[in-house]
Design a protein around this ligand. Structure first.
Ligand code: 4UW
Length: 525
């Protein structure tokens, strides 16, 4: 029997995300701060944001952007990221949000695969952006540089248009965003999320968290990732809260911004909890403003969470999600801080879950362990141009197979206990083993390779490569392997441990037997 969310269903309107968030012009909040750049203190009110979004949409339409076009967004968190994002959607187009740390090759893959027509970036990223655009076949005039660069259209140019934004032609069923995720297997794929998916998830999390126009939210986790996009950026706009942006994590700057702007609600991934629990400089800041610290994207250790709660005298909660679910499916609600912090709480409204034994295909109930399957209006349409991966992830009944193993209590509290998919999470960021394996195989001294996640001394999950040398590769060292990878991919995907082996264990069909490698790892430690 599927396990239904204990919350009553919420109604999801069939409108575009822009209409959902901006339709009333923000009423009496129009003059209130929507976004604050934590570094500079520059503030944009809801009304100003609305006007910027209209102008950006108008200027994009003038440049030929039409319904269904894809625009790449390759920039760190700033208020202008938010304006650009909603400007693209308001122009009836689709955002593909790219990781700021991407190398030109990684960005080119996303731009090419998604069919992006334009790329919005900032001048410090221009070298990587132009190289990627060239590789993906985009012309130089398809690049917009928000802060300006010689020869490129800037945000100021866009805002200077005299044109009006085009009519809204999109509705709930149209694609809004294409974030990239590896899902349960293979390389990063475009995840098709509609306006309805994104709106649904905002309404699904609404009853579980006390977020209001009095709340300041810190957005240090990136907007390009679905957690930042939905839970920080769009939730902030939806609840008329103030979102304070940070372009990248730096502990001292993070603490300064939280205390200076009196942030009440901080969304983090577990590595930030480690710093908050342990680093001595935390005591130098007045953090009494913080009510709730919310952790997600990787498992939070309850003891660590309690240490943070005690040190900051705040509530620590955990949520669980996946890009393919827009992303939130489970949350410990604000009013239940008593729930075990190892868990990720209840299924959000409008969802049904199953726990399925991966070996037998049988559903398990409380007391059992099984792969978590989730069905609901936040679940993606599928992967872009990849029917095979879609069919392997979404079943005929509409359940998304998460690749995570969970347990559930009689009360409907879920705990993620394992992962059956390939995916590795380094500090909450996705590392697809298949991509690293393909890259390793391009080294002329490597005959075969397999990558799995292992725990380092601090308990952090890190990618480990098992490498089989070519006959000519006797002199190949572990450092050479790590350097080879590091030079070609974003830093979070670096291989951090290497072991040379005689043969990669494979099934008769040639599939890497990751289970065997994990068992080998467990017996060695
Ligand atoms: N415990 C154990 C967790 C957890 C977890 C995620 O990069 P993606 O696709 O997506 C995310 C989304 C994170 C997120 C969404 C909504 C939310 O409220 C929240 O908490 C505040 C976090 O990271 O990676 C998805 C995969 O990340 C793992 C899990 O394997 C999942 O399939 N994961 N959250 N709390 N594992």
């Amino acid at each position: 029997m599927p396990i239904r969310s204990p919350y009553p269903d919420v109604e999801i309107p069939e409108v575009s995300l822009f209409e959902f968030l901006f339709a009333d012009g923000f009423g009496d909040r129009a003059g209130a701060p929507a976004l604050i750049d934590g570094g500079s203190g520059a503030t944009i009110s809801f009304g100003e944001l609305n006007a910027m979004v209209e102008k950006i949409a108008a200027a994009l339409a003038e440049r030929g952007v039409v319904k269904g076009d894809v625009v790449g967004l390759f920039a760190p968190n700033t208020p202008y990221w938010v304006a650009s994002f909603h400007g693209v959607l308001r122009a009836n187009a689709i955002v593909t949000s790219a990781n700021s740390l991407y190398t030109p090759g990684e960005l080119a893959h996303q731009l090419g695969d998604s069919g992006a027509k334009l790329l919005i970036t900032i001048s410090p990223f221009l070298d990587r952006a132009t190289a990627a655009a060239k590789e993906a076949g985009l012309a130089d005039d398809a690049i917009i540089v928000l802060d300006g660069a010689e020869g490129y259209t800037s945000l100021r140019d866009l805002l200077g248009t005299a044109a009006e934004a085009p009519a809204i032609e999109v509705t709930g069923d149209d694609t809004a965003v294409l974030p990239y995720s590896s899902g349960t297997t293979g390389r990063a794929k475009g995840v098709i999320l509609t306006h309805r998916n994104l709106i649904a998830n905002l309404l699904q999390i609404e009853p579980l968290g006390n977020v209001s126009s009095d709340t300041k939210i810190l957005a240090v986790l990136p907007f390009f990732h679905i957690y930042g996009m939905t839970v920080m950026m769009n939730q902030g706009l939806h609840r008329r809260s103030t979102v304070v942006t940070m372009p990248k994590f730096d502990l001292a700057e993070f603490l300064r911004i939280v205390s200076e702007y009196k942030v009440q609600r901080v969304y983090i991934a577990p590595p930030v909890a480690v710093a908050l629990a342990k680093h001595p400089i935390v005591d130098q800041y007045d953090l009494s403003c913080v009510d709730v610290i919310f952790s997600g994207a990787a498992p939070l250790d309850a003891e660590l969470g309690h240490a943070v709660a005690k040190r900051l005298n705040c509530t620590v909660l955990q949520g669980y999600g996946m890009t393919e679910m827009s992303p939130v499916s489970h949350v410990i609600p604000d009013d239940r801080p008593d729930i075990d912090l190892n868990s990720c709480g209840f299924a959000v409204p409008n969802t049904e879950c199953k726990l399925v034994d991966p070996d037998t295909g049988e559903e398990v109930g409380p007391g059992g362990r099984g792969e978590l399957w989730v069905k609901g209006p936040n679940v993606m349409v599928g992967y872009l141009n990849n029917e095979e991966a879609t069919a392997a992830t979404l079943d005929a009944d509409g359940y998304l197979h998460t690749g995570d193993v969970a347990t559930v209590t009689e009360d409907g509290i879920f705990t993620i206990v394992d992962r059956v998919k390939e995916l590795i999470k380094y500090k909450g960021y996705q590392v697809p083993p298949a991509e690293l394996e393909a890259l390793l195989l391009t080294h002329d001294k490597i005959a075969d390779a397999a990558v799995i996640g292992v725990r380092d001394a601090e308990g952090e999950e890190v990618p480990k490569a098992f490498v089989v040398k070519q006959q000519n590769g006797a002199d190949l060292t572990e450092d050479e392997v790590m350097d080879f990878v590091a030079e070609r991919i974003a830093p979070h995907k670096k291989v951090r441990v290497v072991e040379f082996i005689g043969e990669v264990p494979k099934s008769a069909a040639g599939k890497i037997l990751r289970k065997d490698l994990r068992a080998r790892e467990a017996s060695a430690s």
